[in-house]
Write a new protein. Structure first.
Lengths: 195, 294
């Protein structure tokens, strides 16, 4: 399994294809519904350096604050990505993101955006909160914690061998579209073959 | 009654168990799925990760999934017990379990978007009470995750798109369609709780109640038993696979329940439970002795 270091170049991202397993190491950021709306309301200069050339993780973690005030992720699996479909391509283009991590895949607007901007959609294993939390050894800082609450805040995290599958690449290919088309064809077949 | 029992503590332990330990039969079903998948496939790697995750969560007594879900609870109580107090105690247990990080602060004010911070809110936890003739309490809870809740769906038969009529063939089509619509988004492989009939509200509740059944049980109604088996096989022929990566393991069990209906209505209601099929059951007798049923 390939290891990819974050931040990452457009060239490296464009070399990825659907179906590859990769391990991510380096700095990334979390963000879900509130974060995406907020990032698009206006340009957030304070967060921009933490988005550039890295990936945004659709995740609403369980977080523990230690006695010394530092944070640790206790449980941190992906959340459903499709809710960010209206914003994702724009957030990628505006902040120079190289990818998105989430679950369930995304739609045609994002797929086109990935191709345009040179980014990928990485699928983490839904519900694998412990495995993924262990791959997040350090929390660097957090944005909008007060306003959004723990699950919705933007957490700047460091990951070590974080496992994901490339399920939408920068060449217009989506694993989700393929699986959906196949399953729909199979459904037709099953329905045609009554009892 | 139950005055000498610390119900808040008992309910907190119930929540801890559900959030951190997957029932062995669910783990077994995932393992069987793994054995069927092609070696080295994405489907198999996804299931491997899930299995490692289950072990780690149990060892660390930490949540299996960060979405700790809605506690949906069915409580049977003897005559004379205050359901108001049971509800207060269960809500207090949700607060405590949230403090202890067995639950994520998971309740959001729908209008303001503000998190209540303590895991409880209007309608959360969701508790169903039923009086019974036994002297003790029977408490059954599932933690119902949001991603899988979002792919739940209700059909109104006849359905012209599916050419589904008001019969078991129509039910079959609706259930197959529900799984295709869900793809991997409910964190497949999942368990389906289905209610045939009922009204729009009772049907969803009854479909969730099906999730309390053991995965391997057999429906008492032989026609439904046959349909459950057929749907289990057919949903796994759809090729959606774990996480929607493609593969043979899409659904781990199908459980069909029935409610009577109005002449004008015929609903098929599907609740999708993710692989994190978290449940915990307990019996509490009058002296406060607890037996864990799961
Ligand atoms: S659907 Fe289930 S496993 Fe997936 S993120 Fe939600 S609660 Fe977790």
């Amino acid at each position: 399994m390939a290891e990819l270091k974050l931040p990452i170049s457009e060239k490296e991202i464009r070399s990825l294809v659907v179906g590859q397993f990769v391990h991510l190491s380096g700095r990334m950021i979390t963000g879900r519904d509130a974060a995406h709306t907020w990032l698009m309301q206006e340009y957030r200069a304070e967060v921009a350096p933490y988005l550039k050339d890295t990936v945004i993780y659709h995740c609403g973690p369980v977080v523990n604050q230690k006695d010394d005030g530092s944070w640790e992720f206790v449980a941190a699996g992906p959340t459903t990505s499709i809710r960010e479909e209206p914003y994702q391509a724009d957030v990628i283009a505006r902040y120079g993101l190289r990818g998105v991590i989430g679950k369930g895949g995304m739609g045609p607007m994002t797929l086109a955006g990935l191709e345009r901007s040179g980014a990928v959609y990485l699928h983490a294993i839904g519900g694998a909160a412990q495995v993924l939390a262990e791959a997040i050894p350090r929390v660097e800082k957090v944005f909008m914690l007060e306003e959004f609450g723990v699950p919705e805040a933007l957490w700047v995290i460091h990951v070590d061998l974080f496992p994901v599958v490339v399920s939408m690449d920068s060449h217009g290919v989506s694993l989700h579209d393929a699986v959906e088309a196949d399953s729909k064809a199979k459904l037709k077949e099953l329905i045609a073959s009554k009892a | 009654m139950f005055n000498n029992v610390d119900l808040v503590e008992t309910f907190t332990e119930l929540i801890r168990r559900a959030s951190t330990q997957l029932p062995a039969e669910v783990t077994d079903a995932i393992e069987r799925g793994r054995a069927r998948e092609v070696d080295g496939s994405m489907a198999q790697k996804a299931l491997d990760t899930i299995l490692v995750n289950i072990t780690k969560a149990g060892e660390k007594s930490a949540p299996l999934c960060q979405d700790t879900g809605t506690p949906v609870v069915w409580i049977k109580y003897p005559v004379g017990v205050s359901t108001k107090r049971l509800k207060e105690d269960f809500t207090a247990a949700v607060h405590r379990a949230t403090e202890l990080k067995y639950l994520r602060p998971n309740a959001v004010n729908t209008l303001t978007g503000m998190n209540t911070g303590n895991g409880a809110g209007r309608g959360i936890p969701c508790i169903h009470f039923e009086e019974w003739d036994e002297p003790g309490l029977d408490v059954r809870m599932i933690l119902k995750g949001g991603g899988s809740e979002n792919v739940g769906i209700q059909y109104k038969l006849p359905d012209s798109r599916l050419e589904a009529g008001r019969n078991l063939e129509g039910v079959r089509r609706a259930v197959l369609d529900a799984v295709v619509q869900a793809q991997g988004k409910g964190c497949a492989p999942g368990v389906l709780g289905v209610c045939i009939g009922g009204d729009r509200v009772s049907a969803y509740e009854h479909s969730k109640e099906q999730l309390l059944r053991p995965l391997g049980d057999t429906n008492m109604d032989s026609d439904l038993a046959a349909l459950e088996e057929r749907l289990l096989q057919e949903t796994n022929e759809l090729g959606i696979g774990p996480m929607g990566f493609g593969g043979k393991t899409t659904i781990l069990a199908v459980k069909l329940g029935v409610l009577d209906r109005l002449p004008a209505c015929y609903f098929v209601t599907v609740t999708y439970m993710c692989w994190a099929d978290r449940r915990a059951f307990a019996r509490i007798n009058q002296e406060g002795a607890i037996s864990w049923l799961s």
